[in-house]
Write a protein that binds this ligand. Structure first.
Ligand SMILES: CCC(=O)SCCNC(=O)CCNC(=O)[C@H](O)C(C)(C)COP(=O)(O)OP(=O)(O)OC[C@H]1O[C@@H](n2cnc3c(N)ncnc32)[C@H](O)[C@@H]1OP(=O)(O)O
Length: 252
């Protein structure tokens, strides 16, 4: 079964991470399929928006697949490949020449927050729970998402979000500025309502604005800085504290 569900709605395209029985967590197959769709969308699509969300009702994405990560604990090359590939996916998503919207439809944790950071806008279901919990597991952000968010959020809010490593309500995450809008009702209607606010602005105009941001990120070598984040994080992945925290989750 596909780990990513793709649909085209004309004005917008949608990608859903499709592992609801495992918290929509990220494994190699998810990465490969995300990469495939993002490349195809970049090359050929003329839709105005991309919506990224999670299949099912409970999870947007709970970050790395902890079962898979633990199974690679003695394979440094594999873990390195996993993190760098995900970093590429985040950069591809960040620099897509259209408006990207993360719809946080449930738990958005760890790497899930990094993925959401790569989108232009984050809309959350009012019951969603959101947190850069990496710090409490013994690792810093590891896919370049910390570096991306630094470009987008006020410094003190960014620093607090990452160093407290708390799980926030959607309302609190909105107050911090990570979430732009809350959705209380039927999700498809409300997202379409949100999109309709900019319906008079063409795809070409929207992409021109996006290009301004992309050029700034290219000039400041953002992708290199994201890769540096991955390299700096890697040693922490093999720390006793990190492996113990993962084992504890799996044993529960
Ligand atoms: C890149 C670095 C990172 O991403 S660090 C962050 C890693 N993520 C996490 O630590 C979050 C792990 N998940 C959780 O804490 C809980 O599942 C949360 C999200 C709080 C939900 O709890 P609860 O509603 O009780 O559901 P549950 O734990 O029974 O989960 C349902 C099934 O999904 C699975 N699941 C969940 N998250 C992951 C994950 N990240 N990797 C692998 N599997 C995951 C659970 O194991 C559970 O599966 P099963 O039903 O026991 O087979």
């Amino acid at each position: 079964m596909s780990k990513i569900l793709y649909t085209n709605h004309g004005e917008y395209e949608k990608l859903l991470i499709n592992k609801p029985d495992k918290g929509n967590s990220i494994d190699f197959e998810v990465i490969k399929e995300l990469n495939h769709y993002l490349t195809a969308i970049k090359q050929s699509s003329k839709s105005k928006y991309l919506i990224l969300s999670g299949a099912g009702e409970n999870f947007f994405c709970t970050g790395g697949d902890l079962h898979k990560i633990l199974s690679y604990k003695d394979d440094r090359d594999k873990l390195e490949e996993y993190n760098f590939l995900m970093c590429e996916v985040l950069y591809k998503l960040l620099t897509l020449p259209k408006q990207t919207i993360a719809y946080l439809n449930g738990y958005t944790l760890g790497g899930g927050c990094e993925l959401a950071s790569a989108c232009d806008i984050r809309i959350a279901k009012s019951t969603a729970k959101i947190g850069f919990i990496q710090g409490k597991l013994g690792v810093p952000t590891s896919w370049g998402g910390g570096t991306i968010l630094k470009e987008k959020l006020q410094y003190d809010k960014w620093f607090t979000l990452l160093t407290e490593a708390n799980i926030y309500s959607a309302f609190q995450a909105q107050k911090i500025g990570f979430v732009h809008e809350l959705i209380k009702g039927k999700k498809v209607d409300e997202i379409e309502q949100y999109l309709s606010r900019s319906k008079e602005v063409s795809f070409e105009v929207t992409s021109t604005y996006k290009q301004i941001a992309i050029e700034k990120w290219e000039q400041s070598a953002l992708f290199d800085r994201m890769k540096k984040e991955v390299s700096n994080a890697l040693p922490h992945w093999f720390s006793e504290a990190h492996l113990k925290n993962i084992e504890n989750f799996i044993k529960k």
